[in-house]
Design a protein around this ligand. Structure first.
Ligand SMILES: [Zn+2]
Length: 94
């Protein structure tokens, strides 16, 4: 196996080798390749949807853009919760 030129299946994002891809579709003056007939028929049904998604990924990210980490949502909860579990060392009963 050599690292050949591959293109991206615009539906599922898989790398597809255009030389061996059986599923292809012409749209917007370009030939698009797909990993399966399922991806091709999805693309044929709504090519603009998949191509606009592709273009969005190529847009540069604005400087200063904040991301939240989807793996660690609890990071935003650090802080005041600890105070609620403080146990007073004396009893208020008389
Ligand atoms: Zn696919």
């Amino acid at each position: 196996m050599t690292a050949e030129h591959t293109v991206k299946d615009p539906v599922c994002g898989m790398s597809v080798n255009p030389h061996s891809a059986e599923h292809r579709s012409e749209h917007g003056g370009k030939t698009w390749y797909f990993c399966s007939s399922g991806c091709k028929s999805k693309f044929d049904g709504d090519p603009g949807h998949y191509l606009s998604g592709e273009q969005k990924q190529d847009e540069p990210v604005a400087p200063g853009t904040m991301y939240t980490c989807p793996m660690h949502p609890e990071i935003r909860q650090q802080g005041p919760e600890i105070a609620l579990s403080v146990v007073w060392p004396w009893s208020p009963s008389r």
